[in-house]
Design a binder for this molecule. Structure first.
Ligand code: SF4
Length: 730
């Protein structure tokens, strides 16, 4: 063992021993756990997207050598996308952070041992708290680490370190759906199961390029034996749009008006399920009255669609016997995302397309464990989908954890963008960023970097020391990645499944779980977490936190149980029910509001904050580029195979008619400018984008130099998808 680490383990001023860091199957140092046979296979879910495919890892002499998709798993049925196939490769990359790095007085970052790193962490953050108040330190978490780890981070910071403000990068992708579901259903509860893709006769995809973003879900659509009508509502002719039976190419961000117009047509024609509405919902009469104003003229003017297109879509929904509605970031990342998501929910409720096979108002999540974060990260909700502002909930969770209820904050955290504002105003001076990369992914990059530079102390905990955010950090804590630790993820369809340690993390790298243990020890609150010895311990605590909630999974015994059953979708209150491989919500028509009814929620559409104008006449759309790229590319760029599958440099898609007018040819360098930034990009001429619109994939850091810091007023989610730009040949 490394000498530095050995000395750390034998510090004389505290009980920091090997035992502190030891977890069965999750050492973060040393060898692959002894209970695993050296030559064998291990099944675990993928660590990229929310589909949650199971991968079978093959090991020889204790080392993971290759993988194959699991043919027996109910999610992916033997399939994987390129990222999944390359999941092991990216662990072994030269730019891994292998030791803590601390910025010295000259500004250089120098390697230090964990003892020095932890002393700096606690001294600097405690000093900031002493000088600027308890809440002047905040954290930003992630949907990429295990549920047990994010619960540990949330509990450690809020109960142990006394922080109030902490949010996750899930704010960037799923906050809109969370709020939409809570208000409409009474709980954050995506109702579907993946077999619904195969059971529908009409599949309506709104703001979702499923082919690219969730390729295995798209494969499930392709297996649908009912020759389904596939409707894609998207301004761009995406890969999914090309394969649709109807592409509804509406103007950017006019979806709310379109959906209200469709509702009006359905109501006028009597194409609604009155029995379902009466038995299971509230607020329909007010909604029906409200949507009368969304006439054909109003909708065609706002959306740019033909009257025939709008009526065809309404008729398609009417004629479907099992209609499923799906949405992703095209809806969520909007200045009016929550109401748009609820307009989709309204269509499903009024047509009775809920709770039956092939139906549902279904938000598709982004990150591998965004669903775990939504309920168990202790950020927007108290552990288990509870409410920080509810005294009974605080008592319950404190009782389960064996802590004083007074340690549980009575207030909610600021959301991500308000934390950024807090840094800007000087109220927040210290920030701990765990497994996310805001200096690339946060909206309006120039402003974001300016904000991060104002911090007195920035700690980044990540697999890599060279992410855009890590490069700004004062302290880097090197963390293990997927495949180097254990825990659970929750996928888009609420399926809880296991990740395992099958590879040795390099150097001094520790699992996030062990890093949190170290922080608890150095901060002086380790006693509070004496029952949090291993991820499996925390899993048992989280089960108790979920008891009585819609997400109750008290019927799940342990990790082995999850593996045995091919993952388990919540709710699962009874172990004997775990055999059910596909489980959808609301089959009995009862929702989670106290009266058991769903709500119709609606509001006037809001104008785009930045419309095209004489100076900036184009609308910039952003989105995922290829199935081989993941978010800010910190991992996918480390696979030689994946790098061959996507363009290395930033490009901009332009309609050929616009390009002709601007005298921009294929592969010319084009300058794209917004009020906030200027980007040089290779021009790709394609009819996939409509005249007056351009598209840049989100994976390139420069994309967010252009985007505008606009947020949904209900969810605080950034609106990445539409801002005004101009474009010219370089
Ligand atoms: S679809 Fe998602 S979960 Fe499945 S292999 Fe690809 S990245 Fe992994």
């Amino acid at each position: 063992m490394n000498n530095t680490f050995t000395s750390l383990l034998h510090r004389s001023d505290g009980p920091l021993t090997c035992e502190l860091l030891r977890e069965p199957g999750n050492f973060g140092l040393g060898q692959v756990p002894v209970q695993m046979k050296p030559d064998a296979t291990t099944d675990m879910v993928c660590g990229y997207c929310s589909t949650g495919c199971s991968l079978r890892i093959h090991r020889r002499d204790g080392a993971a050598t290759s993988l194959t998709p699991n043919t027996e798993y109910p999610v992916n049925l033997g399939m994987a996308c390129p990222k999944g196939w390359e999941a092991l490769t990216v662990l072994d990359s030269p730019d891994r952070a292998t030791t803590p790095l601390l910025r010295d007085e000259t500004g250089r970052r120098v390697p230090v041992d964990w003892d020095r790193a932890m002393q700096a962490f606690t001294e600097r953050f405690k000093t900031i708290q002493a000088e600027h108040g308890q809440h002047s330190v905040a954290f930003l978490g992630t949907g990429q680490i295990a549920t047990e780890e994010m619960a540990f981070l949330g509990a450690l910071t809020k109960f142990g370190m006394g922080l109030l403000h902490g949010d996750g990068n899930t704010r960037q992708c799923m906050a809109t759906s969370v709020v939409a579901y809570k208000q409409a259903f009474g709980f954050d509860a995506p109702p579907y199961t993946y077999s619904d893709f195969e059971e529908s006769d009409v599949i309506v995809l709104i703001g979702s390029n499923l082919c690219i973003t969730h390729p295995i879900m798209w494969e499930r659509v392709m297996r649908n034996p009912h020759s389904p009508e596939i409707v894609v509502v998207d301004p761009r002719l995406t890969e999914t749009g090309v394969n649709a039976t109807q592409h509804v190419a509406l103007s950017p961000k006019s979806d709310l008006t379109l959906l209200y117009g469709i509702a009006r047509i359905l109501i006028e024609n009597g194409w609604i399920d009155t029995d379902y509405i009466t038995a299971h919902t509230n607020g329909f009469d007010e909604f029906a009255e409200y949507v009368i104003q969304f006439t054909d003229d109003c909708v065609t003017a706002e959306t740019g669609l033909l009257r025939s297109q709008i009526h065809r879509l309404a008729a398609t929904i009417h004629h479907g016997k099992r209609v499923s509605f799906w949405w992703t970031m095209g809806v969520n990342q909007s200045h009016q995302g929550v109401r748009t998501a609820q307009a989709i929910i309204n269509l499903a409720l009024m047509t009775g397309n809920m709770g039956r096979p092939g139906t549902g108002a279904n938000s598709i999540t982004g990150q591998c464990n965004a669903m775990g974060s939504r309920l168990f990260s202790n950020t927007t909700s108290l552990l288990g989908g509870h409410d920080f502002t509810n005294a009974q909930h605080r008592e319950k969770i404190a009782g389960i954890l064996g802590i004083d209820p007074e340690l549980v904050p009575r207030r909610n955290s600021l959301p991500y963008h308000k934390i950024m504002e807090g840094i800007l105003s000087g109220r927040i001076r210290g920030l701990w960023v765990v497994c996310t990369n805001p200096a690339h992914s946060w909206i309006n990059q120039s402003q974001c970097r300016d904000i991060l530079e104002r911090l007195d102390f920035l700690v980044v905990q990540d697999m890599y020391a060279n992410t855009e955010t890590a490069q700004m950090a004062d302290l880097i804590l090197p963390a293990a990645g997927w495949g180097e630790k254990e825990g659970t993820f929750v996928n888009s369809e609420r399926r809880i499944a296991v990740i395992r340690k099958v590879a040795q993390a390099p150097g001094l790298v520790l699992s996030d779980f062990n890093i949190f243990k170290l922080v608890a020890h150095y901060w002086g609150c380790a006693d509070m977490f004496e029952h949090w010895q291993s991820p499996q311990d925390v899993f048992q605590l989280l089960k108790k936190c979920s008891a009585g909630q819609p997400c109750d999974f008290t019927g799940v015994e342990d990790y082995e149980f999850l593996n045995l059953h091919g993952g388990v979708q919540w709710p699962c209150r009874d172990a004997t029910a775990a055999d059910l491989q596909e489980r959808r919500l609301f089959e009995d028509g009862r929702y989670y509001h106290s009266d058991g009814r769903a709500r119709f929620v609606f509001e006037d559409p809001r104008p785009l904050t930045e419309r095209p104008n004489d100076n900036f006449p184009f609308i910039l759309l952003t989105g995922r580029g290829t199935a081989s790229q993941w978010h800010t590319q910190t991992r996918t760029r480390n696979s030689a195979v994946l790098r061959k599958l996507y363009p290395k440099d930033i490009f901009v898609e332009i309609n050929p008619g616009d390009a002709r007018q601007l005298q921009i040819g294929p592969d010319d360098k084009a300058v794209v400018e917004s009020q906030r930034g200027r980007v040089l990009a290779r021009a790709v001429l394609t009819h996939a984008v409509q005249p007056g619109q351009v598209f840049i994939p989100m994976h390139y850091q420069a994309a967010n130099q252009l985007t505008d810091a606009v947020f949904d007023p209900h969810s605080g989610q950034p609106s990445y998808k539409a801002c005004a730009v101009r474009i010219a040949r370089n």
